[in-house]
Design a protein around this ligand. Structure first.
Ligand code: PML
Length: 246
C-alpha cells in the first residue's frame, strides 16, 4: 500500500442531539469528494438538519494498516422481534456462552450510549473505563470502496465494524441492534459463526439500539483489546456480491 491515506470522521448534531456519524479511510485523491458526500449526509439527515458538524481528517501511516477479509455473511429470516431474540440466544449458545439470557438482558443498558458495552461473559463485569460512553470501534473502512457515501449503508458499515471487532483475540462475539427507528435488522457476529444477520430484532419505529462486545480475558487483555478496537487501522475486503445485500 503506497498511496497516501487519510482517516475521515464526521459527526453531526441537531439541538445537541447526535443525528449522524460516519468514518472512512480513503486515498488522498478521493478526500475532497468523500468529505463533500459526508457533509451532504449530515446536512440532509432524516433525524433533522445538522446545526453542528465535526469533520476530522488525519493522515494514516499505510504501514499501520491491517487488511482483513470480511466475515462470511448469513441471514436468518424471522417473523418478529421475539423470534429474532430467540435466534440471538441460539447464536450465543452455539458460541459456547451459557448465560445468553442475562447477556441479552444487558442490551437495554446500551441504549443511548455512543459506543458499545465491553462485557466479560464469564463474570458479567463491564470493562469500559467510561460506561456512559462505552467503547467506540473506529478507524476502519471497506478496502477499495467506490460506492457513494451520501447515504448510510447500515449493512456494509456494520460488516466492516463486526469484522474488525471479531478479529481481536479476546472477543468471542458481538450483538447489535440498530438505534435507527426505521431499521429492524440486527446481527450476531463472531469469528466462528461469521456475520449472522437477523431480520427483525425490534419493533419498527423504536429508537432503542446498541452493541455489546463479548469479552473473555483478564484486565491487562481488556486494555489491549480496547486499544485495538479504538486505535488499530483496518481495511476490510468485501466481495461484490456481499456489498449488494442491503
Ligand atoms: C447501525 O445502525 O449502525 C447498526 C446496523 C446493523 C446492520 C445490520 C445489517 O443490516 O446487517
Amino acid at each position: 500500500m503506497n498511496q497516501k491515506l487519510y482517516s475521515v470522521k464526521m459527526r453531526a448534531n441537531c439541538k445537541e442531539q447526535h443525528i449522524s456519524g460516519a468514518e472512512k479511510i480513503i486515498a488522498e485523491e478521493n478526500l475532497e469528494n468523500i468529505c463533500g458526500q459526508l457533509l451532504e449526509r449530515a446536512l440532509h439527515h432524516a433525524k433533522g438538519e445538522a446545526d453542528f458538524i465535526n469533520l476530522k481528517i488525519e493522515k494514516v501511516d499505510p504501514e499501520e494498516m491491517l487488511v482483513l477479509n470480511a466475515l462470511p455473511v448469513t441471514t436468518i429470516s424471522v417473523k418478529d422481534a421475539k423470534e429474532g431474540h430467540q435466534k440471538l440466544k441460539e447464536c450465543l449458545k452455539q458460541e459456547g456462552v451459557n448465560n445468553a439470557e442475562s447477556i441479552l438482558d444487558r442490551l437495554k443498558d446500551t441504549y443511548g450510549m455512543r459506543g458499545a458495552m465491553l462485557l466479560n461473559v464469564d463474570t458479567m463485569e463491564r470493562m469500559e473505563p467510561n460506561m456512559e460512553r462505552g467503547i467506540r470501534a473506529t478507524y476502519m473502512d471497506v478496502a477499495d470502496d467506490k460506492d457513494d457515501r451520501k447515504e448510510k449503508n447500515h449493512f456494509k458499515e456494520a460488516l466492516v465494524l463486526a469484522t474488525k471487532v471479531a478479529h481481536q483475540k479476546n472477543i468471542i462475539g458481538e450483538l447489535c441492534i440498530s438505534d435507527d427507528p426505521d431499521y429492524v435488522t440486527g446481527y450476531f457476529a463472531s469469528k466462528k459463526l461469521g456475520y449472522v444477520r437477523i431480520t427483525n430484532l425490534k419493533e419498527m419505529g423504536c429508537k432503542d439500539g446498541g452493541r455489546i462486545f463479548l469479552f473473555r480475558g483478564n484486565r491487562e487483555e481488556a486494555k489491549e483489546c480496547i486499544q485495538y478496537l479504538e486505535q488499530q487501522k483496518v481495511l476490510v475486503n468485501i466481495k461484490k456480491t456481499e456489498r449488494e445485500q442491503e
